[in-house]
Design a protein around this ligand. Structure first.
Ligand code: ADP
Length: 244
């Protein structure tokens, strides 16, 4: 009993030190990263007539890397917040159809570039509002849709669907992408998980997206699950309670 108690305390202490460290460094990184973003925007939007094509493309690449670092820092902060139990959402009636339409619109460039066929269907409009927090659910559903886009090769198909089911809303995101290897499917919602079949072609992810997505959906009173076959595609499902 005694040893068990000691072990747990050490683990807990380590966990606290670790999350304090992540919070501190992430906050410290935010300011210089925002400053870089601001200066890069000035460079991008300013008079670039004297710059060569190559120099402009360097600025663009630095800008994209900077954005990626900001997203990583934000995800790390979100994860430490969630792990310390701060997972309460401001639940309100939200129109999911508008959120999904704008998510797809925001991804229009990459959808066109990859020549993906993306279909969004809503069962019988007007569709009921769901009870959740708008920014959080946009991030959660955005992660699922972005993954479908990211992990589906050119010319693939993506279907996003909203239905009513047993007093809840059921969302489905189906893709014809690379799928998730069977032996790794149990880890999909773990922090930092990245499938070994995507590492060679998609190097930018963090493996934090679905951990955060699951936390937001569950904090709204919903559920999330998936099925997937490697080389064939993946379907993510989520439910959200209908707003009274
Ligand atoms: P990230 O996409 O940043 O790596 P996520 O937490 O969003 O992190 O996803 C974790 C992992 O789950 C991905 O790296 C990928 O291996 C796998 N995955 C998620 N969605 C899909 C999908 N639609 N198709 C194939 N693999 C997926």
């Amino acid at each position: 009993m005694k040893t068990k108690f000691k072990k747990l305390t050490k683990k807990e202490t380590l966990g606290t030190i670790q999350s304090d460290f992540i919070t501190l460094t992430s906050h410290q990184l935010r300011t210089p990263l925002s400053a870089m973003k601001w200066l890069l925007e000035l460079l991008k939007e300013g008079d670039t007539a004297n710059l060569t094509k190559k120099q402009k493309s360097y600025i663009n690449k630095i800008y994209i890397s900077n954005e990626r670092m900001i997203a990583l820092v934000n995800d790390l902060l979100e994860v430490t917040r969630l792990e310390s139990g701060e997972n309460k959402l401001m639940l309100q009636p939200i129109d999911l159809t508008t959120i999904i339409r704008s998510l797809i619109r925001e991804k229009e460039m990459v959808i066109r570039k990859k020549r993906l066929k993306i279909t969004f269907t809503v069962e019988r409009e007007p569709f009921p509002l769901v009870r959740t927090e708008a920014t959080k659910i946009k991030q959660a559903v955005g992660n699922i849709v972005n993954n479908a886009i990211l992990y589906t090769p050119d010319n693939g198909n993506i279907l996003v669907e909203l239905k009513r089911q047993d007093g809840t809303v059921l969302g489905t995101v189906r893709d014809s992408g690379v799928g998730i290897p069977k032996d790794q499917q149990g880890q999909v919602f773990d922090k930092f998980f990245r499938g070994n079949n995507i590492l060679s072609f998609e190097t930018t992810g963090t493996g934090l997206g679905l951990f955060i997505t699951k936390a937001f959906i569950e904090a709204s009173g919903g559920k999330i699950w998936f099925n997937s076959e490697e080389g064939k595609g993946t379907t993510f499902y989520f439910t959200l309670p209908i707003a009274e």
